[in-house]
Design a protein around this ligand. Structure first.
Ligand SMILES: Nc1ncnc2c1ncn2[C@@H]1O[C@H](COP(=O)(O)OP(=O)(O)O)[C@@H](O)[C@H]1O
Ligand SMILES: [Mg+2]
Length: 237
């Protein structure tokens, strides 16, 4: 991928939640862009809008206002089906609590995102095995989530997120449920994937040590970007 290529750009994005009580203005005009091959951390206090931003970036939800361009596509003008398609093909997701299916093998968990494509059963299995190999779990393909450690479960989730070869990986607190040593191992894996697969990655974290593994740190406060800075010498996990 051309590294000058812009993967996505947001301009003046707003999002308000209408609940039973007062409306919550979660994002109040966020502008941000990501170039191909960047690895960025999003930080900010609890309630600052990080998860809301990730949900919008991942097309799981739509902004109320502003402009969101992904690749050459105007997200604001796309319907639900088109968004679901784009999400499935071009964006991988990793969450704090892994979100794996229980009583389902690592292999079958990784194969889930391929269900929607026109891929044969055999190819699905091959590709799922390849992805588990990539994350260092080639020997554990038939293990169930409850037979794997937290770090291993997060590796399965990362393998699943990459199985459709996305351009962008969105990880919301990917190390939030892991101890320090395991967190650094997960960052090592993400850095390797970033390097070897020229994957663009956005990681939400509230841990400064995790953020310093990225090339750039964007800080949110009260639904606004308050700083956006390059990390001079990112930590190598
Ligand atoms: N589905 C929702 N309905 C109503 N309010 C929400 C919803 N999701 C988030 N919020 C509110 O929006 C604000 C931003 O939340 P969130 O994006 O989850 O922040 P963060 O991930 O930084 O902790 C918070 O005030 C939160 O309570
Ligand atoms: Mg959050």
């Amino acid at each position: 991928m051309d590294t000058n290529e812009v993967v996505l750009s947001l301009e003046n994005i707003t999002k308000t939640y209408q609940g039973a009580g007062d409306p919550v203005r979660a994002l109040q005009g966020v502008s941000f862009s990501l170039r191909a091959g960047e690895m960025v951390a999003i930080m900010g206090p609890s309630g600052s809008g990080k998860s809301t931003l990730m949900n919008l970036l991942g097309c799981l939800d739509k902004p109320d206002g502003g402009t969101y361009i992904f690749g050459s596509q105007n997200i604001m003008k796309m319907d639900r089906d088109d968004l679901a398609h784009l999400r499935n093909k071009r964006i991988g997701f990793v969450f704090q609590n892994f979100n794996l299916l229980g009583r389902t093998s690592a292999l079958d968990n990784v194969a889930v995102p391929m269900i929607y494509g026109k891929i044969s059963g055999r190819e699905r299995e091959e590709r799922a095995r390849e992805m588990l190999g990539l994350v260092g779990l080639g020997e554990r393909v038939h293990h169930m989530p409850n037979q794997l450690s937290g770090g291993q479960q997060q590796r399965v989730a990362i393998a699943r997120s990459l199985v459709n070869r996305p351009d962008l990986l969105l990880a919301d607190e990917p190390t939030g449920a892991l101890d320090t040593k395991t967190s650094v191992e997960i960052m090592a894996l993400l850095q390797r994937l970033h390097r070897e697969q020229s994957l663009s990655i956005i990681i939400v974290t509230h841990e400064p040590d995790i953020a310093l593994h990225c090339q750039r740190i964007v800080r949110l406060s009260d639904g606004l970007v308050v700083s956006d800075e390059k990390v001079e010498n990112p930590l190598q996990a």
